[in-house]
Ligand binder design. Sequence first.
Ligand code: SF4
Ligand code: SF4
Length: 257
Amino acid sequence: MNGISPLWGICPFNKIKDNLIACRAKSRLPENAKTVIVACFPYLLEDSQYKNRNISKYAVVTDYHNVALARLEKAADKLRTLYPENKFSAFADNSPIPEVRAACAAGLGVRGINTLLITKKYGSYVFIGEIVTDLEIKSTDNKTNACIGCKKCIDACPARAVSETDFDEKGCLSAVTQKKGELTAEEEDLMKKCGCVWGCDICQDVCPMNADAAKTEIEEFLSSPVSCISKGCELDGRAYEWRGRNVIERNIKIQQK
Ligand code: SF4
Ligand code: SF4
């Protein structure tokens, strides 16, 4: 797995089996799944790559779904050759696996109050993907820890989406910038406070556990950064492509008002 992801670990399937997410991809889980191989894909770039940035840092790099899935499928193919009797299914984001929970259970980091996985080396600037298998593999950890609880993310969130006990997924600016149709005046104001036309990084940027986050060494992410988008921008292969031009250009217009 080392050539696939710089940070990975093993979570026993029974640690997350009661928290599976209902989605179509669930049908691809191997019968009698025993192990989740969890991989993190760091995406933080050098500050110079974020000049005039108007989209979330995760969207500056090429669409991670493609990168993570291609890498995980490559690993799964090798595993299928080594263990022909076993099944291996790769997932990234569109996954029945509660990814943060699985990553914590694999010892890859802690869960932040902002609900994100925070790793020691890369902070929360990581994408998560996984291979689920019916092969039994020894786990790398079995504890789920929490972040240091400084509450800076709660105080800094312009949408008041973060609290100690709850996370308002729909109210988070990440979700607001993805909404179709007209936004309310309140939602537009929130977007302007953040300054982004896609996503929001505020709770990550204020998190002290991200202060020394290491930069990515993943070639695909280093090769094609786009930090600022405008009317008529290329959508192919970007993390916002799935949402379509209308929503992206509506958001650009809001930031220009
Ligand atoms: S991404 Fe932005 S809006 Fe969402 S919880 Fe974090 S600070 Fe709040
Ligand atoms: S800002 Fe503080 S409370 Fe929020 S996730 Fe980071 S360490 Fe945890």
